[in-house]
Design a protein around this ligand. Sequence first.
Ligand SMILES: CC(C)(COP(=O)(O)OP(=O)(O)OC[C@H]1O[C@@H](n2cnc3c(N)ncnc32)[C@H](O)[C@@H]1OP(=O)(O)O)[C@@H](O)C(=O)NCCC(=O)NCCS
Length: 159
Amino acid sequence: MSDRPAVRVRPAGQQDVRIVWEWANDPGTREHSFDPRPITWDAHHTWWDRQAADPLTTMWIGEVDDERFGFVRFEGDMIVGFISVNVAPDHRSKGLGSALIAGACDADGRNTTALVLPANERSIHAFERASFRREPVDPIPVFGTAALRLVRTRRSAQR
Ligand SMILES: CC(C)(COP(=O)(O)OP(=O)(O)OC[C@H]1O[C@@H](n2cnc3c(N)ncnc32)[C@H](O)[C@@H]1OP(=O)(O)O)[C@@H](O)C(=O)NCCC(=O)NCCS
């Protein structure tokens, strides 16, 4: 039996634009992002509309006890999705992030790649708990920063 918290994963919508922006600007989020600069409301809104219109991008909200606690986005092509995830600051390190990642990957349906800053150990653990496996390759450059690559295939998730 799974020991993950029971989270609900649903598609993100217009009602989530603001809370996702607030979570994105949390200093602990910016610190672990490839571009650590704060995000303006206008830039976020423009970004959101572009994501929502892209057929190869999916966006998800995690809820627990009817409260929103996190956001996941996938972008990529028909075969592989690149994941980004953010959990609300007061909900971190409770097992919710890994449950959200697993649920969103199942909902998205693609094989998934995560690019993570090597110092972000909590994120690496959360992905591993969600059936991602670290690729045995040197860190690859993303926007000039070395990143670890973790991969979750539909097959590995069933093991
Ligand atoms: C990364 C993030 C999504 C993980 O979600 P979370 O709900 O905090 O993670 P979980 O509680 O599900 O799992 C965290 C795991 O890391 C471990 N962990 C927590 N803090 C840690 C630390 N400082 N160092 C190493 N491991 C740590 C936990 O013990 C847990 O492992 P376990 O399940 O084997 O016990 C969330 O912390 C977050 O949004 N952080 C800020 C943004 C970010 O880093 N996004 C990811 C960018 S790639």
